[in-house]
Design a protein around this ligand. Structure first.
Ligand code: GLC
Length: 463
C-alpha cells in the first residue's frame, strides 16, 4: 500500500537521524545517494530546527536535548582560521560523526573553515538559542538552561552580539552568506533574516539568563534595550508599501544633521522601477537590507515570515505581508511554496553581486528559487495571523508535488515549476517543513514554542 505524503516525510526524517556514541544527536541534511556536495551528509544547525520542533511537538525532546548539548560542546573545537581566532560564542554551521579504524567516534565541525566560499555561520547561534527556548517552553526543563555550561554559552553569545562596534544602527552587521543564503548574493550588511533571528535570540536569552552578577545584569540591560531599538528601527525603516514608496520617490537627499528625514541618504533613483507597478494598493513588506545609501528592495521570504512569527512586525504589518502574498501568489508562491527571494538578480547585477555564480543563476537556488522548507514559517505565520486559507492552499500544493518529485531541496523558474537543476533529492528539511506545517495547521501545535513580542495594544508609528 502506498504511503501518504506525511508518512513518507516521517520515514525520511527517521532515516536521516545521526547517532553519536549511541545517542541520537541530529539529522543529516539530505539522504540523496548522489549528493550535490559531500557536506550535505552533515547535520546543519539551521536545517535541524524544523526537525527539532517536530520532535518537540510529538513529546520526543531527547534528541533535541542531545543536539543542544552537542552543539554547545562543539564551540570548543574552534580553531584558528587563517591566523585569527573565531570569537567565542560562535557556533558551527554543521557537524558530522567520523569513525577511526578502531571504531572510535569523533565529532567534526565546520565553522566556515571547510564550507564552500568559507562563509561565516552567523545564524547558527541564533537558531540554537531559539531552539533552546522552545525546548525549555515545551519540557519545562529550565534546569538545563541554568547549568553553568549553558549559562556561560549564552553569555558568550550575547557578549559577542552586543559588543560595541563601529556601527550606528541597532541592526547587526554581517558578511555575505551568513545565513540560509550561504553564498555570495549581495546579502552582506544588515540582511533582514539575520535581524529577525537576532531579535528572536535576544528575546529568548533575556528569558533564560536570570539576573546575576554585575556583568550579567549589564548584558541583560543591553539586550532589553536592543530589543526595543531594533524593533522600532525595523518597523519604521525596513517597511515598504505604496505610501512609503511615494515618500521615498520624493525624498530630499544630502540632508545633514539630526533632523534629517532621509537619514540614510537613499537616492530615489536607486529604487528599482518594477516596484511602482508591482506593489499592490493593499500590501507591503520589510525590505531585504538597509544601510547607508542602500535599500535592497528584494522580498526575502524567510526574513519577513520570521519577523511576523517573533513579533518584530506590528500586527498590521503582518496582515499587509499576507495581503502581498495574496496579490502576488504566482510570484511569491507559484507552483511550489515558497519563493526564497523576489525578484532574481539578472544580467550585470547577477554578475556583480553573485560573482557570476552558476548555481545561483537567475530564478534558481538562492537567487529566486522556490524552497519547500519555507512552507513551515509560511504556514506558521499565516496561522498566527488567522490566514488559514493561505496556509491550507500552500500546504496542499506542497503535498501534491513533494513525494512525487522525491523531496527536492529547491525548485527553479520564475514560478518554481522545475525541480532545481542541482538540487539534492530526499532533502530532510523539505520533509520536516511539510511535517511541521501539518502540525501547525491541523493540530495548532508549535506557535507557543517560539519567542514572541507581547502585544502592547498599540503599534509603532509608521514613519
Ligand atoms: C545549502 C543551503 C543552506 C543549508 C544547507 C544544507 O548550503 O544554502 O541554507 O543549510 O544547504 O541543507
Amino acid at each position: 500500500m502506498s504511503q501518504t505524503p506525511l508518512e513518507e516525510a516521517r520515514q525520511l526524517l527517521e532515516e536521516s537521524i545521526i547517532h553519536y556514541k549511541g545517542r541520537p544527536v541530529g539529522t543529516a541534511a539530505a539522504r540523496d545517494p548522489n549528493l550535490a556536495s559531500p557536506n550535505y551528509a552533515d547535520c546543519f544547525i539551521r536545517d535541524f530546527f524544523p526537525a527539532a520542533l517536530v520532535f518537540l511537538n510529538e513529546d520526543k525532546p531527547e534528541i533535541v536535548r542531545n543536539f543542544l548539548e552537542t552543539v554547545l560542546e562543539l564551540r570548543h573545537q574552534q580553531r584558528e582560521l587563517s591566523g585569527h581566532q573565531i570569537a567565542p560564542g560562535v557556533m558551527p554551521a554543521s557537524f558530522h560523526v567520523e569513525c577511526d579504524d578502531k571504531g572510535n567516534e569523533k565529532l567534526v565541525s565546520d565553522f566556515g573553515d571547510r564550507a564552500i566560499g568559507r562563509v561565516a555561520p552567523v545564524d547558527s547561534m541564533m537558531w540554537w538559542a531559539i531552539l533552546l527556548g522552545a525546548y525549555v517552553r515545551k519540557t519545562g526543563d529550565r534546569a538545563l538552561a541554568e547549568t553553568d555550561r549553558f549559562q556561560s554559552g549564552m553569555r558568550q553569545t550575547l557578549d559577542l552580539l552586543l559588543r560595541d562596534t563601529f556601527e550606528v544602527f541597532p541592526t547587526l552587521l554581517v558578511p555575505d552568506g551568513g545565513f540560509m543564503i550561504d553564498r555570495r548574493m549581495g546579502v552582506y550588511g544588515h540582511p533582514l533574516e539575520v535581524q529577525a533571528l537576532f531579535y528572536g535570540l535576544l528575546q529568548t536569552l533575556l528569558e533564560l539568563l536570570p539576573e546575576g552578577d554585575e556583568a550579567c545584569n549589564r548584558l541583560r540591560g543591553l539586550a532589553a534595550n536592543r530589543i526595543k531599538t531594533l524593533r522600532t528601527y525595523i518597523r519604521i525603516f525596513y517597511w515598504l508599501d505604496l505610501e512609503r514608496l511615494n515618500e521615498i520617490h520624493r525624498y530630499k537627499t544630502e540632508e545633514f544633521g539630526t533632523g534629517s528625514v532621509n537619514m540614510l541618504n537613499i537616492y530615489p533613483e536607486s529604487i528599482p522601477e518594477w516596484l511602482s507597478t508591482w506593489l499592490p494598493e493593499k500590501g507591503g513588506y520589510l525590505v531585504g537590507n538597509l544601510g547607508p545609501g542602500r535599500m535592497d528592495c528584494r522580498f526575502f521570504a524567510q526574513g519577513n515570515l520570521l519577523a511576523i512569527l517573533f513579533g518584530l512586525t506590528t500586527q498590521e504589518q503582518a496582515q499587509e505581508i499576507f495581503n502581498l502574498y495574496t496579490a502576488h501568489w504566482e510570484d511569491l508562491v507559484g507552483a511550489m511554496p515558497i519563493k526564497i527571494c523576489y525578484p532574481a538578480l539578472e544580467g550585470v547585477r547577477w554578475q556583480m553581486l553573485t560573482g557570476s555564480d552558476a548555481k545561483n543563476a537567475p530564478w534558481s537556488y538562492h537567487n529566486g528559487g522556490n524552497w519547500p522548507v519555507l512552507l513551515w514559517p509560511f504556514v506558521a505565520a499565516a496561522v498566527k495571523c488567522g490566514r488559514h486559507d493561505l496556509a491550507e492552499a500552500a500546504f496542499e500544493q506542497a503535498c501534491n508535488r513533494l513525494p512525487k518529485d522525491k523531496w527536492p531541496e529547491y525548485y527553479d523558474g520564475p514560478r518554481g515549476r522545475l525541480i532545481g537543476r542541482r538540487a539534492n533529492l530526499y532533502q530532510t528539511w523539505s520533509a520536516t517543513g511539510l511535517l511541521l506545517a501539518s502540525q501547525f495547521l491541523e493540530q495548532g501545535l508549535g506557535l507557543d514554542l517560539l519567542p514572541d513580542t507581547p502585544d502592547t495594544g498599540h503599534s509603532e508609528p509608521s514613519a
